[in-house]
Design a protein around this ligand. Structure first.
Ligand SMILES: [Zn+2]
Length: 298
């Protein structure tokens, strides 16, 4: 849980998805069920809640995967800068860059199309011939929806919505048959995982390999982070003592603390909704607004 608090603490990255949400573009219920990894699309995964997978999904939603941009923002001094070390484009390794980096083995469009046939093979292998038929009836529509321009993420295809883990409502309108929608969702989940396996996980290993060559060890990154935290805590302590000297300052501080508390309550709400899946709809309707007003107090 602590991880989420930190991640969401520094994040206003959901705002882009909520900006035009009045259009009911996304199916937030399905999205949150998927991200919380609670009621999963496939029966296989129902048995245990995979925390690691949930962590990945939440970080993706918030665009908070540990890219070089994210690490630099956290003051990891070991990194010289946030430039991508996999390609020669001299671009900052942002969350967006990871998915379109030259070093990726395939483009987003290629992976999408290959994933559809892979999913069919997978169904076939598991002797799910009826499901294969369902998939064949819908595969073109699935690809079309994903390749079209997103109405929310301007200048990007809907593949980018999927990369965040956000389920577009259009998929729900492809069929009225429950069993068919289940296959569509399973297919969606399969493609999502393909992006993870073929881009993020490969990137993760490759960056680790390159860092090793450069002599950056993972525990260095963590150590640096901890050191910085200690320094900040010390600063905070000193600040506290300073503040006690004058009443005026004290009141200001109290107000800040109060604002902070509101912030934390808001985040707990969001975290709770995502991780526990309790009252998802109710919470979700309130959360974005609260985030918007509380985000500035930092
Ligand atoms: Zn790159």
């Amino acid at each position: 849980m602590a991880i989420w608090k930190n991640e969401i603490l520094n994040s206003n990255k959901l705002n882009d998805l909520f900006m035009l949400n009045f259009m009911k573009e996304f199916d937030w219920r399905t999205t949150l069920e998927f991200i919380s990894n609670r009621t999963t699309f496939t029966k296989k995964q129902c048995s245990s809640i995979d925390t690691k997978e949930r962590s990945y999904r939440i970080k993706n939603l918030l665009k908070d995967l540990p890219t070089y941009e994210t690490l630099c923002k956290r003051d990891v001094d070991v990194l010289e800068n946030s430039t991508c070390i996999r390609c020669d484009k001299n671009e900052e390794e942002t969350w967006d860059h990871v998915w379109i980096c030259n070093d990726n083995e395939a483009t987003l469009d290629e992976i999408l199309r290959e994933s559809i046939s892979k999913f069919e093979e997978y169904l076939d292998k598991n002797r799910r011939s009826e499901d294969v038929t369902i998939l064949r009836n819908h595969n073109i529509n699935i690809v079309t929806i994903l390749e079209e321009r997103s109405n929310i993420l301007i200048g990007k295809s809907r593949i980018w919505e999927m990369l965040r883990g956000v389920f577009n409502d259009r998929f729900n309108h492809l069929t009225k048959v429950k069993e068919e929608l289940a296959i569509i969702k399973e297919c969606w989940n399969f493609i999502y995982n393909e992006y993870k396996n073929r881009i993020w996980l490969i990137r993760y290993e490759e960056v680790a390999r390159l860092e090793k060559l450069k002599g950056i060890q993972k525990h260095d990154l963590r150590k640096e982070k901890r050191k910085n935290q200690d320094i900040r805590e010390e600063d905070a302590k000193e600040e506290n003592i300073e503040n006690k000297k004058t009443n005026k300052k004290d009141k200001k501080k109290q107000k800040k603390e109060f604002d902070k508390k509101i912030n934390i309550v808001t985040r707990e709400r969001l975290i709770g909704a995502v991780t526990d899946g309790i009252n998802i709809e109710n919470n979700w309707a309130l959360t974005p607004k609260l985030i918007n007003f509380s985000i500035d107090t930092h």
